[in-house]
Design a protein around this ligand. Structure first.
Ligand SMILES: [Zn+2]
Length: 426
């Protein structure tokens, strides 16, 4: 797979400089191919197309895509794996992944090996929208997918690429900070909340990390300023999801370029009409490479807007996002000053079968309530095991589990971690 990743990477390094017309033509060909494949091989999409009374041959241009009804997480959850896995792919040849469950129950899906190689290549290309250039040293807080690759192989790749990878799923951010200091990287990349937790520890120390890249969660302006100051570098935000990989990233000239060669990102208004630049709307993603469990016009449950279509100072003709109303999550600080990142909770809790939704709510420095909604199939013994694990790891707080019928949304979003720093507005 290394060779495949390298070949995609070299291809993507070239295509980022293609003129817009060529990029769009490339994107259209790939979109058309995956639509044809999905109709032919994926029962879920065949039913969806048939129900809407359309055939792949009706989709003759990108603008015809609006005829395809969007897919929701819930629909795909019900279709997995039987009606969603393509008939010409074997589950055993794919990597199984899942969303964190930050907007409800997790969604499991498969990644075929080709799309995995593509994903790694696109991630590397997106890093280079910033001031980072390989083989500069990179400190990365790895996304869940990297854990799926054999540890030995990942270690070799890290050495080759001069990367230090740390897991975001351990509560101990302080020891990760020490490793960061010792490693002296030129760039750092990871979940926004995790990078912020590292910056909180840095305090007023004068670190010199020129490139800081944040992913997966909303980057507030105040956090951007804090990170720039704490690390002494420039901050570049990236937009992505576990389901579809890196979809966009900021460049040195202030653009927020969409990875057109890998995703077809639409923004639509309340009645499904395409949003104009500057207009906020719902994000629909079509992933152009994952043939095992295709995502076609997938409702990511995020809002965003396109930036005005003006030339970017970096020279790329990849279009840009304007605002992103993504996910906002908190770091919890315990009485002893330990910083617990959101993924510490989400990663473990999502392993409990039948636990539909949860919210971690800190009500005082030493009191944390864990609210959860149970389905009829809740694995109570798994839940108790997690309860014991948390009690061991978070010995300086009183963690109370409360079963509830539903979890209220905060500003229309399911915020799964609510810390004392940022209680919900009344
Ligand atoms: Zn640019």
């Amino acid at each position: 797979m290394f060779r495949e990743t390298l070949s995609y990477y070299l291809q993507l390094r070239k295509s980022q400089w293609w003129p817009r017309e060529k990029l769009l033509e490339f994107q259209w060909k790939k979109a058309k191919a995956i639509i044809d494949h999905a109709y032919e091989n994926v029962p879920f999409y065949q039913e969806k197309f048939d129900k809407a009374g359309i055939k792949p041959s009706d989709i003759r241009s990108l603008s015809d895509l609006t005829q395809v009804p969007p897919s929701t997480k819930q629909e795909l959850r019900l279709a997995f794996p039987g009606r969603w896995l393509a008939k010409n792919y074997l589950a055993s040849e794919c990597v199984e992944a899942a969303t964190s469950g930050s907007t409800g129950a997790p969604l499991a899906f498969f990644l075929d090996r080709r799309s995995l190689a593509w994903r790694f290549a696109l991630n590397m290309r997106t890093l280079e929208f910033s001031t980072y250039r390989p083989p500069q040293k990179l400190f990365q807080v790895a996304p869940p997918l990297s854990g799926k690759i054999a540890a030995g192989k990942a270690g070799v790749i890290d050495v080759l690429l001069r990367r230090l990878t740390v897991s975001p799923f351990e509560a101990d951010v302080d020891s990760k900070f020490k490793r960061l200091i010792d490693y002296k990287p030129s760039a750092i990349v990871g979940y926004t909340s995790y990078i912020k937790a590292l910056a909180d520890i840095a305090g007023s120390r004068a670190l010199k990390i020129p490139t800081i890249m944040t992913t997966s969660e909303t980057l507030l302006d105040t956090t951007r300023a804090q990170l720039a100051e704490a690390f002494g570098g420039q901050v570049f935000d990236q937009y992505g999801s576990v389901e579809t990989g890196r979809s966009a990233g900021e460049c040195i000239a202030g653009g927020y370029h969409i990875n057109l060669e890998g995703v077809l990102l639409e923004i639509v208004g309340p009645t499904g009409e395409p949003a104009k630049p500057g207009e906020s709307g719902e994000v629909l993603l079509t992933h152009l490479m994952n043939y095992a469990t295709p995502f076609i016009r997938y409702r990511l449950e995020d809002t965003a807007s396109f930036a005005p279509d003006l030339p970017c100072g970096c020279g790329r003709e990849l279009p840009s996002l304007g605002s992103i109303g993504g996910r906002l999550n908190d770091v919890i600080v315990t009485p002893r000053g330990r910083k617990i990142i959101p993924q510490f909770f989400s990663r473990t809790i999502r392993e409990i079968t039948g636990l539909r939704e949860f919210q971690v709510m800190q009500s005082s420095p030493e009191t944390i309530n864990l609210l959860y909604v149970a389905g009829p199939d809740l694995d109570e013994s798994a839940r108790r095991q997690v309860e014991e694990k948390f009690a061991r790891e978070l010995s300086d707080v009183k963690l109370t589990w409360k079963r509830v019928n539903n979890i209220a949304k905060i500003n229309g979003k399911h915020r799964y971690i609510v810390s004392l720093d940022r209680p919900p507005a009344p």
